[in-house]
Design a binder for this molecule. Structure first.
Ligand code: FAD
Length: 430
């Protein structure tokens, strides 16, 4: 954003968490409070309205898994076959803490319930977004749509530098070079684009479709195995209500309304510049793992969304919906299912000038979701620059280092593991 000289973000905002019983959790802006060694600040400063202290304390043994999972290939292999639910059970997390805290985080962070998430992905995601440093949970939001506020000036900057961004072209196939170890062109329907290097930045579902239609790609294991990966349904709704409704916090996460669906809602009057002075209320409500909602008509979906909103904030019950948009996103977000790690590809493929980026591509940076998609994109670009010996390498900012006590604990743990592997036979499941 600084390079583009734009300021698209709101100030840091606070968030609430709701269940059908009402307000469950209020989160402060963690960086404004005295810093405690992580993850203490997260536990001490989060204001749980109902969850007893004994349940919260049952998370303590889980700290061992947080230390043991260091995002290395070995750690992924150790934890990936276990479900997140099983991990929390093994480490003695109470049923209530799991139901009211960890599972909601999984539903919003990995878009799936605990029994459908890899324990490795759960630990990686929780560490990155919440646990590693006290301010990690603090968020800013885009002051409008990301397309308008970020991508438009970005595309304009690319065009000023001589690049071209061609919208509305779907990649349908690729062409192999005569040597068979590189791609020479990308096919979009009737158009063929000659290519020195190719970076795929499509999600799992998009990649599956491209691979299925491409004889050059589908015979290669790393592309063929994308068919062993899955994606998750999302429903995104935007509702305009006929009156001003007071929404205490701009961003809100909700759990317990449907067993396998998590959802979030945002007060767009508070977040988006264009709605700041509107007399009505504009709310975005997104549902993750929304399989059961996707076949419903708009007329069936709207009362369900309004009913859920009214359970969180009763004033929604009396308001009328005066406008809306409902977007169904089947198979839209990456599913980090137990056992999926072995099929997640790295950035470099077996075709020497072909690279992958996206939130599902393996790297060691430690980030997740949008940031990982961006970082793997830069990593892929750097590999292309290195291979073509042309261009300027992108600077990749590393994730903030582990706090000293976590770094020390990880070092001791690694040493003990190495010692154990020398004296014990490699006999048990990792
Ligand atoms: C409702 C919702 C809320 C989210 N909230 C957050 C959040 O708050 N924070 C966060 O970090 N992450 C969030 N995420 C996750 C985030 O959106 C993803 O992690 C991120 O978009 C992944 O980026 P990507 O580039 O890997 O894939 P995508 O963003 O899925 O981009 C892939 C692109 O490839 C295009 N494509 C597909 N097939 C083809 C083809 N054949 N030819 C050409 N183009 C093709 C698609 O149209 C798409 O534009 C959210 C996701 C959803 C759905």
């Amino acid at each position: 954003m600084d390079e583009l000289d734009i300021q698209p973000f709101t100030p840091f905002t606070r968030s609430d968490q709701y269940s059908p019983a009402g307000l469950e959790v209020e989160s402060p802006i963690f960086q404004d409070l005295p810093l405690l060694p992580s993850p203490l600040g997260t536990f001490v400063y989060t204001q749980f309205k109902r969850l007893p202290l004994s349940d919260r304390l049952s998370a303590l043994p889980l700290l061992y898994a947080v230390v043991d999972f260091d995002n290395s290939d070995e750690a992924w292999r150790r934890y990936d076959s276990v479900t997140a639910r099983e991990l929390f059970k093994q480490f003695g997390v109470s049923e209530r803490l799991y139901r009211e805290s960890f599972e909601p985080m999984l539903l919003v962070g990995l878009f799936a319930p605990g029994e459908q998430c890899s324990a490795a992905a759960a630990l990686g995601m929780l560490y990155y977004f919440i646990l590693a440093h006290q301010p990690d949970f603090d968020v800013v939001w885009c002051r409008g749509t990301v397309g308008e506020w970020i991508f438009r000036p970005w595309v304009q900057a690319i065009e000023r530098m001589g690049g071209a961004v061609l919208a509305n072209r779907r990649v349908s196939d690729v062409r192999l070079s005569a040597t068979g170890d590189r791609l020479s062109a990308v096919v979009c329907g009737d158009e063929v684009f000659a290519a020195d290097a190719v970076i795929f930045s499509v999600g799992i579902t998009g990649m599956k479709k491209i691979v299925a239609g491409s004889s050059a790609l589908r015979s290669r294991p790393e592309f063929g195995n994308v068919s062993n990966l899955g994606a998750i349904d999302v429903l995104a709704t935007r509702l305009w209500f006929d009156r001003k409704i007071k929404i205490p916090k701009p961003s809100n996460a909700c759990f317990g309304f449907q067993p396998t669906t998590g959802w979030t809602f945002f007060d767009l009057n508070a977040l988006h510049d264009e709605y700041k002075n509107e007399p009505d209320t504009v709310v975005e409500a997104d549902f993750y793992h929304a399989n059961q909602f996707l076949p419903l008509s708009d007329a069936e979906i709207l009362p369900l969304v309004q009913q859920d909103l009214a359970q969180c904030i009763p004033d929604f019950a009396q308001a009328q919906i005066i406008d809306y948009s409902v977007i169904r996103l089947p198979q839209a977000v990456s599913h980090f299912a137990p056992g999926s790690y072995r099929y997640l590809p790295p950035t470099q493929t077996s075709l020497s000038n072909v690279f992958l980026s996206g939130d599902w591509v393996v790297n060691r940076h430690g980030s997740w979701s949008q940031e990982k998609a961006y970082v793997t994109g830069l990593e892929a670009a750097n590999l292309a620059i290195a291979q073509l010996q042309q261009g300027t390498f992108a600077k990749i900012v590393p994730v903030e280092a582990d706090q000293p006590h976590i770094a020390a604990a990880r070092q001791v743990n690694r040493a003990l593991r190495q010692l154990g592997s020398k004296v014990l036979p490699s006999f048990w499941l990792p």
